[in-house]
Design a protein around this ligand. Structure first.
Ligand code: F6R
Length: 249
């Protein structure tokens, strides 16, 4: 696991965008795994700036998102489908049929999960997966205690996750209680993973990720077993790591 230390959120976003752009330029038909939340907003902004300046083409790119809230229509401004259009898809030349997000409106959620796994496999798997991390160590919406063998499934959101995400809703009651999330084994099948970590709020979980045992109570810890993970973290996120003078490889 490689750790790239950057000064701040802006720099983290630029490094992440550069990695994605290089991947798209190097390979035909890239499959990107995408995340939502506050962390990747700056990365998507940089991709849009690059698109406007250099016309990097997304015509042959496919995307699969990590997760979606159950019960939200894709036209709902708080859905991740809406978020992706707002922050990225509307501003680049990706064919919308190439973009995939689990449906929060699915009547048969079990079937939706199975089909999502099949879809990822039929695309040949994820080439580059972008990840954020929850303060409790979740990746995707795989909360502490989730099996490392989990596949795409319906997950119950923890109170801390719902509280953290309530800033995007009109209060905690409006935050959905469940989501569909790629499983941990699904995420681990990605060929390359880029984990973005920014801000003081994430300093403790980043320190835990780098120092604690690999265990299901800390979902992100399994990333240490993946052969190609890069963490891009800013000074604030690395503040405890640096305070304790942990030596990074
Ligand atoms: C989002 C996702 C989550 C977030 C995590 C961090 O698609 O799967 O794991 O990456 O909750 O969220 P932010 O970036 O808002 O701190």
């Amino acid at each position: 696991m490689k750790v790239v230390e950057v000064e701040n959120y802006d720099e983290m976003s630029k490094v992440a965008a550069k990695t994605i752009i290089e991947k798209i330029k190097q390979e035909q038909n890239v499959v990107l795994g995408l995340a939502t939340g506050g962390t990747p907003v700056g990365t998507y902004k940089q991709l849009v700036i690059d698109y406007k300046e250099h016309m990097t083409s997304y015509k042959n790119v496919h995307t699969v998102n990590l997760d979606e809230y159950i019960g939200l229509k894709e036209t709902d401004p708080t859905s991740y489908a809406y978020y992706m259009k707002e922050h990225l898809f509307n501003d680049i030349n990706i064919p919308i049929v190439n973009t995939h997000i689990p449906s929060g409106e699915a009547v048969d959620t079990g079937k939706e999960c199975e089909e999502y796994e099949t879809l990822i496999d039929s695309l040949g798997g994820v080439d580059l997966q972008l990840l954020g991390i929850g303060e409790n160590g979740h990746i995707g919406f795989n909360e502490p205690g989730t099996s490392f063998h989990s596949k795409t499934s319906v997950v119950k959101l923890s109170d801390t996750t719902r509280k953290a995400n309530s800033i995007y809703f009109n209060g905690l009651e409006e935050v959905p209680t469940h989501a569909i999330s790629m499983g941990i084994s699904t995420i681990l099948k990605s060929k390359q993973i880029l984990l973005l970590v920014s801000g003081k709020r994430k300093a403790e979980v980043l320190y835990r990720l780098l120092t604690e045992d690999i265990k299901e109570e800390l979902p992100a810890s399994i990333l240490r077993k993946h052969p190609n993970v890069t963490i891009v973290a800013d000074f604030e996120a690395l503040s405890i790591v640096n305070e304790k003078q942990l030596v990074l490889s």
